[in-house]
Design a binder for this molecule. Structure first.
Ligand code: HEM
Length: 284
């Protein structure tokens, strides 16, 4: 089984800020699933446009700026673009059909940086419409240690204020899901992930997000990109470092605070989930 990335090796701890400098040449990530991701985006645009596309009035110029930057980047990196635009869609929605990434436009306001437009097809257990128009601190309200008034919220806000166009940044997020669909909005509260009915969790999927932040020179807005990767936990069973990687996951999952476990909806499933990962870490 082909693996993508291993941010769960201990280098990107959950619930940390963990930003690094991004080499602009690697801004957009393309893999062999490109056609599948793009077909999925087009299906969602058709079937659930109001769940995956939002845009405030007054963001049109910034959307065009994103489109121009993407076209320029794809040409510079000789990545090409395989999907044609559609004039019935917003410019940001069309721009998002050039890449596998989700695209989110953030704009500074007196209350803080706000989510003002997005093409967001692959949410990791949240709803775009709930977050539309909100500040970063309010978007992160359910995340332990990241809501309004927290140290992290202040650090993120200042980092956004100080971002320079020529110095974009990168961060990784990863988590464990019981589902494999890319489009994964929040279901009922507390029932975020499922792992079958047995004593050991089934269908464990490592869900990873490669996130970039880039300040747009003309509008002054910030573009947040999210490239989602899904690997079944089985990839570790055939990986040369699989045992060590499983141990790294175990250590980080065991370190979750009670609030973090509740936030991730893992209260009930934790023992079964740990048991599944242990089957890999105990392998001889
Ligand atoms: C430095 C930048 C950022 C940091 C450090 C950060 C951090 C985090 C963390 C730690 C989580 C919890 C992840 C998990 O459960 O595995 C999270 C969730 C989330 N983040 Fe961020 N984030 C950043 C930027 C953004 C931006 C720009 C957006 C824009 C929309 C965003 C939207 C969200 C959303 C929607 C969630 C899920 C919230 C929920 O469960 O309701 N984040 N973020």
């Amino acid at each position: 089984m082909a693996m993508t990335h291993t941010p769960y090796d201990g280098s990107h701890k959950p619930f940390t800020i963990g930003l690094s400098q991004l080499d602009l040449a690697t801004w957009i990530d393309v893999d062999r699933h490109f056609d599948f991701y793009l077909e999925e985006k087009q299906r969602l645009y058709r079937e659930l446009p109001h769940e995956v596309l939002v845009a405030e009035e007054g963001t049109e110029d910034a959307q065009l700026e994103v489109m121009d930057l993407l076209i320029q980047h794809l040409a510079d990196q000789e990545l090409g673009s395989r999907f044609r635009g559609n004039d019935e869609l917003s410019v940001l929605a069309q721009a998002a059909l050039l890449v596998q990434e989700d695209l989110v436009l953030m704009r500074k306001s007196p209350e803080g940086w706000r989510l003002v437009a997005a093409s967001l097809c692959f949410p990791s257990a949240w709803n775009l419409r709930e977050k539309f128009g909100k500040t970063l601190a309010r978007v992160h309200a359910p995340v332990p240690g990241f809501g309004e008034g927290t140290r992290n919220a202040g650090l993120i806000e200042r980092m956004f204020d100080n971002l320079w166009p020529e110095r974009p940044v990168l961060r990784w997020n990863w988590t464990l899901f019981g589902e494999t669909q890319l489009y994964h909005p929040a279901s009922e509260r507390g029932v975020k992930r499922r792992f079958g009915d047995g004593g050991i969790a089934e269908n464990v999927t490592i869900r990873m997000e490669r996130q970039t932040l880039r300040k747009l020179p003309k509008s002054g807005d910030i573009l947040f990109t999210i490239k989602t990767f899904l690997d079944p936990i089985e990839v570790l069973e055939t990986h040369a470092d699989g045992k060590a990687l499983a141990e790294a996951i175990l250590a980080q999952v065991r370190a979750f605070t009670p609030d973090e476990i509740v936030y991730k909806g893992l209260t009930k499933d934790m023992p079964r989930l740990l048991a599944r990962i242990e089957t890999i870490s105990h392998r001889v």
